[in-house]
Design a protein around this ligand. Structure first.
Ligand code: BDR
Ligand code: CA
Length: 335
């Protein structure tokens, strides 16, 4: 049986690869996408999501909804320093979307997906946690029906935002939403956090990027992703001094699922995590505003505490990315 997932994202260069993996990995069944504000305003991320599913040839299969439009309580912040003004700068190859946004609310659509796949579904979040928090604030009965929540966000030893560089972007832009998930007694223990501690180990080196482009064929889809990687590398070098390539954060959210659902053995995925209770600093006057703090560490065999990733088999990770790109090439509409 495939792993049913819902993807809430804010594309975003690395989100684009999370979408690709979600659409084409043989273990995954992508039920729908919600596009949240985050890397860019929500209208732009929604456009980018629709354009990406069009480029991937999945515009008829995967419904795209508008997700959260702004943080629970705060004024939105975006990331043009990393993703450009559009949220997905760096290529002219993104097609005009062939699908509209779905009518109706992402809240109802996610509820339907969860109820139809009760106790099996994972919600994957690769942007701020606002959409998911909104859903579960409005519909708390759904909490018990979700198997896992896999989040790109936070960081224990590493940050990329605030004055102290101690916060991570996705939790920094909506710390109240992050705390709603990470402090909820029913949700925290089924949450998997792929923070900067692990995602900074997923570096898209020039060798990886060359493999993305491919030697033979050089399809337009590969060229599109190649250009996205190049832009991402350039902004990460400029903004955060990454010299060997950019960290490809978001698609890592899918990797532990392959192990946890039994699709790939532990010895192959090698996902290493600690069980931690966490809290995000939500006092805006604090110099560590947005930092993910450890409140308690459990024994690794305990079932309590969020599963916070620190390492995984990165060769395995890149293989999943490259295999899915090869699959995507077959259905791409931008030949
Ligand atoms: C996260 O922030 C965004 O810029 C990326 O898409 C990723 O989800 C990394 O801090
Ligand atoms: Ca993202």
């Amino acid at each position: 049986m495939k792993i049913p997932i819902w993807l809430d994202c804010d594309p975003g260069h690395d989100d684009a690869l999370a979408i690709t993996l979600s659409c084409f990995h043989p273990a995954l069944q992508l039920l729908g996408i919600s596009a949240s504000y985050g890397n860019a305003p929500a209208t732009k991320t929604a456009y980018n999501a629709r354009s990406l599913v069009t480029a991937l040839g999945m515009f008829e299969q995967i419904p795209v909804y508008a997700g959260a439009q702004k943080p629970l309580y705060r004024t939105p912040e975006y990331a043009p320093d990393i993703h450009g003004e559009s949220g997905l700068d760096g290529t002219e190859l993104l097609p005009e979307p062939k699908c509209e946004l779905q009518q109706g609310s992402y809240v109802e659509a996610m509820e339907k997906a969860i109820l139809e796949h009760a106790n099996e579904i994972t919600i994957v979040a690769t942007g701020p946690l606002t959409s998911l928090a909104t859903l579960l604030i409005q519909k708390p009965h759904l909490k018990s029906k979700i198997k896992y929540i896999s989040i790109m966000g936070g960081g224990i030893e590493v940050g990329n935002r605030n004055d102290n560089c101690s916060a991570e972007f996705n939790v920094w832009i909506d710390p109240e939403a992050a705390n709603f998930i990470l402090q909820d007694p029913e949700l925290k223990d089924k949450s998997i956090l792929l923070g900067l501690d692990i995602t900074h180990k997923a570096i898209a080196t020039q060798q990886v990027v060359d493999q993305v482009r491919g030697v033979v064929g050089k399809s337009k889809l590969r060229q599109l992703f190649y250009e996205l990687f190049q832009f991402f590398a350039h902004s990460y070098e400029g903004a955060q001094d990454f010299k060997d390539g950019p960290p490809l954060h978001d698609p890592l959210t899918l990797i532990p699922l392959l192990e946890f659902y039994g699709w790939a053995p532990k010895s192959q995925v090698q996902f290493q995590y600690k069980r931690l209770d966490l809290r995000v600093v939500d006092d805006a006057t604090h110099s560590d505003f947005g930092k993910t703090c450890v409140i308690k560490e459990y024994d690794p065999n305990d079932k309590r505490g969020t599963m916070v990733g620190f390492n995984a088999n990165m060769d395995f990770f890149w293989k999943q990315i490259l295999d899915c790109l090869a699959e995507a090439e077959k259905s791409s509409t931008i030949e």
